[in-house]
Write a protein that binds this ligand. Structure first.
Ligand SMILES: [Zn+2]
Ligand SMILES: [Zn+2]
Length: 91
């Protein structure tokens, strides 16, 4: 994942896709509808990225005001994404 350390307090764009299985997010259009493949503890995720490119599908995280950070640590409510899915069940 790209790291935007240059402007830590900037409001981030929302992700474009979400893996329904493990919750991984992607900002890459090319990844949509592709296998997630995220590895965690030796297991590869068998899910794929669902399209979540609409602005209406996301709401800015109120805990961190969309910055993804609370002070110097990633926001725990949005996992540092700065956004939460408005309707995770509708993906
Ligand atoms: Zn996944
Ligand atoms: Zn947050």
């Amino acid at each position: 994942m790209a790291n935007t350390e240059l402007s830590p307090d900037a409001i981030k764009p929302h992700p474009l896709g979400v893996c329904k299985l493990c919750g991984a997010i992607t900002y890459r259009k090319e990844s949509l509808n592709q296998p997630c493949g995220r590895s965690s503890r030796g297991h590869r995720c068998s899910g794929s990225f669902s399209t979540a490119s609409r602005d209406a599908g996301w709401k800015s995280c109120t805990s961190c005001s969309g910055t993804g950070k609370q002070g110097i640590v990633p926001c725990i409510y949005c996992q540092g994404i700065g956004w939460n899915l408005a309707k995770p069940w509708s993906l």
